[in-house]
Design a protein. Structure first.
Length: 223
């Protein structure tokens, strides 16, 4: 089970996540109370193990802006948190010559029910056909908030939608995960990976060592 600890704001938290066994650490460049700058992240990434992925979360639709931030911050993967945009994905693939991995976020609207399931299904089929971003993160959308909400989407409803439409895509589940429910999410959805931010925090922007350790342990037990 691939595990990403997202929304890191300092070296101590990122290093702790790596030491506890996370496969990836994420840094949010999109609007958020956990937002950081490329320059801040550039002081963190050189101190992380080479085996740990360093992922930037972006809402921007400007490929060149994203590429500059990736190079400045020392990242090796990009998570696109805006709406699915195949032109942007292709442009980034060309700019990075395939050397920087791309994760596309798909938003499951918590209050939209069947309509959200249909939208997610269509987006998954299109991405599987496009074959550029092989990793897709399914995150909860609550109103205008797209991420960091601490709210889960309907896993029971999502189970069939994801299984029937993902094809070869590697699915990463996010949205409201925490140590107490990550095992259940994995059992229900059988994803390739899981992603957590607020669910392992002591306060916004500051991780809890106890919650981090518990989350990673629970996710590993279901691998």
């Amino acid at each position: 089970m691939w595990i990403k600890i997202c929304a890191n704001t300092n070296l101590e938290d990122a290093q702790l996540a790596a030491e506890l066994g996370a496969d990836a650490v994420g840094f949010v460049f999109a609007p958020s109370k956990r937002r950081v700058t490329p320059e801040q992240v550039a002081t963190i990434t050189p101190h992380l193990p080479a085996s740990v992925e360093r992922i930037g979360v972006f809402h921007s639709l400007d490929a060149e802006e994203i590429a500059r931030a990736v190079r400045t911050a020392g990242l090796n993967a990009v998570q696109l948190h805006s709406a699915v945009n195949h032109e942007l994905t292709r442009r980034l693939h060309d700019l990075f010559h395939g050397e920087v991995k791309i994760i596309q976020t798909v938003h499951w609207e918590v209050d939209a029910g069947d309509a959200s399931a249909a939208t997610v299904a269509q987006q998954l089929r299109e991405m599987a056909q496009a074959g550029i971003a092989d990793r897709v993160l399914i995150d909860s959308k609550v109103g205008a908030a797209t991420g960091g909400t601490g709210v889960t989407f309907d896993w029971e409803q999502a189970r069939a939608t994801l299984a029937e439409n993902a094809g070869p895509l590697k699915l990463i589940v996010a949205g409201g995960l925490r140590p107490e429910n990550v095992a259940q999410a994995i059992a229900r959805l059988k994803p390739w990976g899981v992603d957590v931010a607020s669910g392992v925090e002591a306060a916004p922007g500051k991780k809890s060592a106890e919650k981090l350790a518990a989350f990673i342990k629970e996710a590993r037990l279901k691998s």
